[in-house]
Design a protein around this ligand. Structure first.
Ligand code: FO1
Length: 314
């Protein structure tokens, strides 16, 4: 079975890591949100790409989920002591990634080419693609009339501003990475990892071409919400502020046009009937990924569920 997974940051990276433990590199491709990317201290930062790659390489910081394992903070501290910006923390080893990526981008290389080279160096065998080599930026429009760059909203303002809507700046003119689009076209199953639907998966779908290609394929989404709460990040808060009660069913509804299957936690069992009424097949299981073993267990269940869905439609 050929699988393509769409992922954002920490939650998505964990499932993708589980999938990569079970599928050969020819059978799993990963497309990552790059609408969180921004420039900081002149460096081009791609947080979700790095989170996915560090996780796959076994280099991720297990406490934060982002950044690197066994990190040191000498440069970050020195920048702060000079009065430089310190609201976004870059560790010394992580900094190397941003320095090299920035240099390569400035020399005219593509983000997808650089990512491929980084993956080779980090021993990642499964193909990881940024959603686009063109810049797309999530802008958070707030009820106070502000338009905030994603990292300003997420890190500097700690997700406090109340969201009114999102704009994916540049999306209309962005092109999908050709190989990524081709992987979708050649796939049997597309998986939406348990990432934030509003600001991780929607930006990928906003790049012309992906939505159409994905519509042709069976899609299984894994809920990023358990009992109406996100394990990490502002997804539940965003649903509330946008006038939707956060729940597994709200996520399934969000993706309704695509979904053949939906994976949700046991705690949300009560919403099963509602979701099945939308002709979505649901799998109820334990979706919390607290260690490597549970990532692999959940990935295995998602793949088996995907196979069942494929067999039903044959
Ligand atoms: N998240 C934070 O909450 N605070 C930080 O200082 C921070 C630094 C950071 C550095 C590199 C990187 O790749 C990610 C970093 N993140 C930080 C996480 C990042 O803001 C989020 O993962 C996303 O963009 C949301 O998916």
């Amino acid at each position: 079975m050929k699988v393509v997974a769409l992922a954002g940051g920490v939650g998505g990276a964990k499932l993708v890591d589980g999938l990569a433990s079970l599928l050969l590199p020819d059978d799993l491709s990963i497309i990552v949100n790059t609408a969180d990317d921004f420039e900081y201290l002149t460096l081009k930062i791609s947080p979700d790409l790095d989170t996915v790659c560090y996780t796959l390489a076994g280099l991720a910081n297990p406490v934060t989920g982002w950044g690197r394992l066994d990190e040191t903070w000498q440069v970050f501290k020195a920048v702060g002591s000079l009065g430089g910006p310190d609201w976004f923390r870059l560790g010394d080893h992580d900094l190397a990634t941003h320095l090299v990526r920035t240099q390569c981008l400035n020399q005219g290389q593509t983000l997808s080419g650089i990512t491929q080279a980084f993956c080779r160096n980090w021993g990642i065998r499964h193909p990881v693609y940024p959603m686009s080599d063109d810049p797309v930026r999530t802008i958070v429009n707030t009820v106070d009339g502000e338009s905030l760059g994603f990292q300003i909203y997420f890190v500097k303002r700690a997700c406090q501003p109340v969201v009114e809507s999102f704009t994916f700046q540049g999306a209309k003119d962005a092109r999908p990475v050709p190989e990524a689009l081709q992987k979708i076209q050649q796939s049997d199953l597309v998986i939406f990892a348990p990432s934030n639907p509003w600001v991780s998966i929607d930006p990928i779908l906003s790049v012309p071409g992906y939505r159409e290609a994905i519509s042709e394929k069976p899609v299984v989404a894994v809920s990023p919400l358990i009992g109406g709460k996100a394990l990490k990040g502002p997804a539940a808060k965003m649903y509330r502020e946008l006038g939707v009660q956060p729940s597994a069913a709200a996520v399934a509804d969000h993706y309704r046009e695509f979904l053949a299957g939906f994976v949700m936690d046991r705690i949300d069992q009560g919403q099963l009937e509602k979701i099945e009424r939308w002709r979505i097949i649901a799998l109820v299981t334990d979706i919390l990924m607290k260690d490597k073993q549970s990532r692999i267990r959940l990935a295995g269940e998602v793949l088996e569920f995907g196979e069942t869905i494929l067999n039903r439609s044959r």
